[in-house]
Design a protein around this ligand. Structure first.
Ligand SMILES: NC(=O)c1ccc[n+]([C@@H]2O[C@H](COP(=O)([O-])OP(=O)(O)OC[C@H]3O[C@@H](n4cnc5c(N)ncnc54)[C@H](O)[C@@H]3O)[C@@H](O)[C@H]2O)c1
Length: 259
């Protein structure tokens, strides 16, 4: 009986691969047997991230800006040239943007967040889907957020962008699932990470660090999540274990949005 959670020989492209969640995902997909194409802005950061992968993993680092269509087309081409296809796509790069109320958010800052988090995800779908549609199989996992399910003060652009990622996910699932290509997204909650620290500090400028107890008091699990816990759900959605899952938005938030 084949182990349906394994990804042996599958080709996985991960964007935002030098970040906390992308690195964790890449590692788990590689541990389960996938070949990795790691995409992020800096070649140097990518090399550091892929250096930690299991020794047996075949991995390639491609520097690209996900907001530039030519660079997105390039990372897709490089992946297909190197490995023949793309089976798994973790469309994950994202930025939190400026932390400020709407009245103090510049148009430029708003557009920057939409550009990376929405246009970047759209371009990834636009260029990866034709590869998967040609083979009538594949699994795409976009990274949204619980900020895509509920409002979030001081990060309105971020919240709007993540609502859009869920809309893109569901629309793509309706367009593609009949062909065998599944499209889902993950909605992480408060993950122990640089991004969460930046948001907390941005909301409380110049103040003493907020005690951990205060940060987690509204999370039923009473702790922050770990990037590895996001990676577990991504790897599940990537695998044949999730063969009937498409159009879903999986929360990984310790129960934060259950109420
Ligand atoms: N950390 C959290 O608590 C949390 C919670 C919910 C959702 N998320 C989402 O998870 C994803 C990963 O976040 P993370 O916590 O790993 O953050 P991170 O900042 O560690 O990683 C994000 C990565 O995206 C890359 N990136 C940004 N703009 C890019 C661009 N234009 N082109 C290519 N790469 C670009 C960055 O260089 C970085 O390596 C993001 O989409 C984020 O919104 C994070």
């Amino acid at each position: 009986m084949p182990d349906r959670i394994r990804l042996d020989g599958r080709v996985a492209v991960v964007t935002g691969a030098a970040g906390v969640i992308g690195t964790a995902t890449m590692r788990l997909l590689a541990e389960r047997g996938a070949h990795i194409v790691a995409v992020d802005r800096s070649q140097q950061h990518l090399q550091t991230a892929i250096a930690d992968l299991p020794a047996a993993a075949r991995a390639l680092a491609v520097a690209a800006d996900v907001t530039r269509e030519d660079e997105v087309a390039d990372y897709v081409r490089v992946a297909v040239d190197a490995f023949g296809t793309i089976d798994v796509f973790h469309n994950n790069a994202g930025v939190e943007g400026d932390i400020a109320p709407i009245t103090r958010c510049s148009l430029e800052a708003f557009r920057r967040v939409i550009d990376v988090n929405v246009v970047g995800v759209f371009l990834g779908l636009k260029h990866v889907l034709p590869v998967m549609l040609k083979q009538n199989k594949g699994s795409i996992i976009n990274t949204a957020s619980i900020a895509g399910l509920i409002g979030s003060p001081d990060i309105a652009a971020y919240s709007a962008s993540k609502h859009a990622v869920i809309g893109l996910t569901k629309s793509a699932a309706l367009e593609c699932t009949a062909t065998g290509v599944r499209v889902n997204c993950v909605c992480p909650g408060l993950i122990d990470s640089r991004m969460l620290s930046a948001i907390i500090e941005g909301r409380n400028p110049g103040q003493a660090p907020i005690p951990d107890g205060k940060i987690v008091e509204r999370i039923p699990a009473r702790r922050l999540g770990q990037a590895s816990e996001v990676a577990s759900v991504v790897a599940f959605l990537a695998s044949d274990e999730a063969s009937y899952v498409s159009g879903s938005a999986y929360t990984i938030d310790g129960g934060r949005t259950a109420g």
